[in-house]
Each structure stands twice: as structure tokens, then as C-alpha cells.
Ligand binder design. Sequence first.
Ligand code: 2NE
Length: 270
Amino acid sequence: RNWTTIKEFEEIKFEYFEGIAKITINRPRYRNAFTPDTIKEIIESMVFCRDSQDIATVILTGEGDKAFCSGGDINVKQIGGYIGKDGIPRLNVLDLQKMIRSLPKPVVAMVNGFAIGGGHVLHVVCDLSIASENAIFGQTGPKVGSFDAGFGSSYLARVVGQKKAREIWFLCKQYSATEALELGLVNTVVPFDKLEDETVAWCKQMMQHSPLALRMIKAGLNAELDGQAGIQELAGNATMLYYMTEEAHEGKDAFLQKRKPDFSKYPKMP
Ligand code: 2NE
């Protein structure tokens, strides 16, 4: 498959192929652990994906055959958070989690090995997860002095249920791809050498469908869980659709033409 580079980064690869963007965490030396700079680069790529007319779906993955992502890079964890090039401690992976959830296009985790700690949370918040047979899943926070009590816990519980979510966090065990499939934590499991083909096939199938329909479904599924922030997102989509109607333009045109708007001609749908 001929992926072309969209932009060169230091800690990720950002590539394109036939409507699909692929973001690859490129730190195999550290099992694709992320630093604040890795996350900044992914966020920049996600903004590009959101705005691009040529991109319909996004794949998030890790370089190599060992790890999808092993969470925050413990080497740069300091008092108050993870330290990047600017020397400021932060936990900007939370911004990325929100961004993945609100990106108005499907984001697919292509889990090619360990999805551990904050790396596990990243696949959890993706819309779909396609795993290779060698993938291993788990949280480590309570073992290494961390936790994610946000999406990493509450959304996980929505996916696997309360008991299992508590087990995953309290015991910090590792789960095979087969176990993850049984838990509903991933959508399918394939041999490693079929992982990209399968993931691209899922993306291509979604790309045959109405992007607006997928966008609304994603926003609706989020809204049920995300309180006012979720409703805001769903409502933003409703506003976008409203702006596509003549009725909305009548209001705007009347203001600019300094006349009273006439909304009487627009249908009052049952
Ligand atoms: C991922 C795992 C299970 C892989 O094990 P294995 O045996 O395949 O590899 P190994 O030898 O442990 O790792 C290879 C190299 O990668 C580094 C290791 O230190 C090792 O380096 P060397 O010994 O060769 O020098 N490495 C692996 N993960 C790293 C990491 N996260 N940061 C820095 N270096 C890392 C195994 O490596 C593992 O359990 N890794 C640690 C996973 C972990 O605890 N991650 C942090 C969780 S907390 C978090 O991510 C988080 C959160 O809880 C809340 C919010 C945000 C983030």
C-alpha cells in the first residue's frame, strides 16, 4: 500500500492513502510510549484530519510489531505531569482523548501489540478497535503511580461493564486479544500480517456510507455519555445542518438587507 507522507514529524508518522489518514506513534524503542510532544504532534495531525476534505477516516497505530502504545513515557514523568521540550509538566493526552471522541469522522485504533496504560485508554476512546493476534491490553496506573479516572475508567466501564472495568484497573492484569474480543473491547482480531488490510477494509466500507450520517451517529453516541459537552457537540451538528437550509439564510439575508425576515414560507415539518 502506497502511503504518502502528509507532514514530517519527530515522534509520529502522518500518512495518507485513498481517503484514509494514518497516524503512527513512532517511538518503538520505548514501546511507543508518548511524551507531551508526541501528543502535540498527534493533535496537530487530528486538526488537519478534521479540516481536510480528502480525509474520511483516521487510523491510529504504533510503529512495529511490539506495541500500539505503552502510555505516558515514564522517563519524562516529573512532579505535576509529563515534561516535553518546553519543560512544562502536563497531561495533554486528555486533550487528545477529547479530540478523538469529537472528531466528526471515524477514528480506528489499529492495535498491533501492547495497548497499555494511557495507550490502552487511547484505543478505548477510538470509535473502533481492530487488533492483531499478538495484541495485549491492560491498565497499569495503580502499579506505576498513575490513574485515569476520566474516559479511561467511566467510558471503559460503558464498554466492558462496571465489574470488568474495576478488575482491569484494580488488578492491573494483561488481557489477550481473544479475551479483549470476548469483552467487547475490540471489534475484531486478525493475524498480524492481515492487520492493516483488515483495518483499511473497515475504513473503506465506512467510506461507502454517508459521512454526515456517521458524523451524527458518533455525536449522538457521545451525547448520551458526555453530558452538556456531548449535547453541545450534537447541537453544533444540528446548527451546521440548519445553516444548510434556506430558512437559516432568510434570517441572515433579511438582516443584511435591513428588512423583516419572512419565515412563513418554510415548512413546519411534523
Ligand atoms: C509495555 C510493556 C508491557 C512491554 O513489555 P516488554 O517486556 O515487551 O518490553 P520492556 O522491556 O518492558 O520495554 C522495552 C523498553 O521500552 C521501555 C522499557 O523501559 C524498555 O526500555 P529498556 O529497558 O530497553 O531501556 N518502555 C516501555 N514502556 C515504557 C513507558 N511507558 N515509558 C518509558 N519507557 C517505556 C512494558 O514495557 C510496560 O509495562 N511498560 C510500562 C507501561 C506503563 O506503565 N505505562 C504508563 C502508565 S500510566 C499512563 O500511561 C497514563 C495514565 O495512567 C493516566 C493518564 C495518562 C497516562
